[in-house]
Design a protein around this ligand. Structure first.
Ligand SMILES: [Zn+2]
Ligand SMILES: [Zn+2]
Length: 357
């Protein structure tokens, strides 16, 4: 190619780039219009095959993490949407993944540590306003769920008045605001059935998160597929029993090695109380290797580690986090991030992984 032709080519490219720059506002507006129409009219539920699906709406812990918000797991069973725990980014991540919070059929809480409920208010509001719901959503949990939900209802009662006054009862029916708490009891030696509808069963069982009582995990069955969510726990015989042969075990995991680094950092900074706090929180969680041991003993198909602590800001830290896990569990292990999707179509054994972020 001659120098003249290259020069002409560069000139054309420069003119195109300059044109795009000059007209960036109208171009962006046109794109935004198309995206807005697509987003509002899309319903990802329709694209999913019949089965169980996991959408991670918060894979983190109370520690700030760029890739992981507060604990939140969406489970789709057939066409029903359930949310397990409502950490701080729940509503935003559910929206970012393309799901309509107005279609949430039920919320389940594992325990009442603040990081598992601090997105509740925003999620309840989104659920109400996104679909003009005339009935409040049910929030299921162990004893204490009434206290927590009464508090949210009270805190948001003025806001309810503002919204109805602004939009009118036809658009935002007062009756659909907020939640109704459904408390359930627990048994020592077996799980309690807490939800049943057609092909869907949800069970709750006690886990070990002392001194936090009660604390539960959940088992979700839809047709021939099943998932267990450990909740916050040390290695638990109940999780192992309930996870026996399930397709996916979603287990909390904390790297004790990396937490030790944080303790040492606090010590070096002479922050004694922070050092003790970092030490305390290691005694009611599970290490990745311990989670892998439970997955192996329960013979699950897939181990999804979540409630990831501490944050893993460098790619190499994921390897440190997983060190030793593949020695004890030979199945697939994934360290959850917000936006992760696991699809379990009914009538088979396949597990498809993808991300919506
Ligand atoms: Zn937690
Ligand atoms: Zn907790």
């Amino acid at each position: 190619m001659s120098i003249k032709k290259i020069g002409i080519g560069l000139l054309v490219l420069t003119l195109i780039a300059a044109g795009l720059y000059l007209f960036r506002a109208p171009i962006s507006l046109a794109v935004a219009k198309r995206v807005a129409i697509q987003r509002i009219s899309s319903n990802p539920l329709k694209d999913l095959p019949d089965g169980l699906h996991i959408a991670v709406c918060g894979a983190g812990s109370p520690m700030p993490d760029e890739e992981r918000g507060g604990p939140c797991t969406v489970v789709i069973a057939g066409q029903q949407i359930f949310v397990f725990d409502t950490g701080n980014t729940s509503a935003r991540n559910i929206g970012k993944m393309g799901f309509n919070p107005g279609l949430i059929d039920g919320i389940f809480l594992t325990h009442f540590h603040s990081d598992h409920i601090d997105g509740m208010g925003e999620l309840l509001l989104q659920r109400w306003v996104s679909n003009a719901n005339a009935e409040p959503v049910k929030v299921h949990g162990p004893e204490g769920v009434d206290t927590v939900m009464n508090g949210f209802m009270q805190a948001y009662s003025l806001d309810r008045g503002y919204r109805v006054a602004h939009h009118g009862d036809a658009l935002l029916p007062q009756s659909g605001f907020g939640a109704v708490a459904h408390s359930f009891g627990l048994q020592d030696d077996k799980a309690t059935l807490v939800f049943e509808k057609a092909d869907t069963k949800i069970y709750a069982f006690s886990v070990t998160h002392a001194p936090i009582h009660p604390a539960v995990g959940y088992k979700i069955q839809y047709k021939d597929r099943s998932i267990v969510i450990s909740g916050d726990t040390t290695p638990s015989a109940n999780v192992q029993r309930e996870a026996q042969g399930v397709d996916v075990l979603i287990h909390e995991a904390m790297s004790m090695e990396l937490m030790k680094l944080m303790q040492e950092g606090a010590k070096a900074a002479k922050r004694d109380k922070l050092e003790q706090l970092m030490k305390d929180i290691t005694d009611y969680h599970t290490s990745p290797v311990e989670a892998a041991q439970i997955a192996a003993k329960s013979q699950v198909g897939f181990l999804l580690l979540n409630h990831i602590a501490p944050p893993l800001p460098l790619p190499g830290l994921v390897d440190v986090f997983l060190q030793g896990t593949s020695d004890v569990f030979k199945g697939k292990i994934q360290v959850a991030k917000d936006g992760d999707i696991l699809s379990l179509p009914a009538g088979g054994k396949t597990i498809q992984t993808s991300s919506r972020f």
